[in-house]
Design a binder for this molecule. Structure first.
Ligand SMILES: [Zn+2]
Length: 86
């Protein structure tokens, strides 16, 4: 019997990150959004079309740092700044 087994610790490398938003139902693979209709887009586009309306903490696409700049062509008109009362 060959007793060789692989027990590598996943350190810094993370080759393929796949996330599914439980709110929006879309899959994000390596920052590429896979829409349910088969088309692909960016996090910004996903946010513009779906996540900005969801506005739930469970949504995985609410991080502005990851979303980046949302362009008008993504279907999003710039919203007025929101004051969170700080
Ligand atoms: Zn979402």
């Amino acid at each position: 019997m060959g007793g060789a087994y692989c027990n590598r610790v996943n350190s810094m490398t993370n080759p393929s990150q796949e996330q599914t938003c439980p709110v929006c139902g879309v899959t994000i693979i390596d920052d590429v959004v896979q829409f349910s209709n088969g088309s692909k887009g960016t996090r910004a586009r996903l946010y513009a079309r779906v996540c900005q309306y969801a506005q739930k903490p469970e949504c995985i696409n609410q991080d502005k740092a990851l979303i980046g700049e949302v362009l008008q062509e993504d279907g999003f008109m710039e919203a007025p700044p929101i004051n969170f009362g700080q």
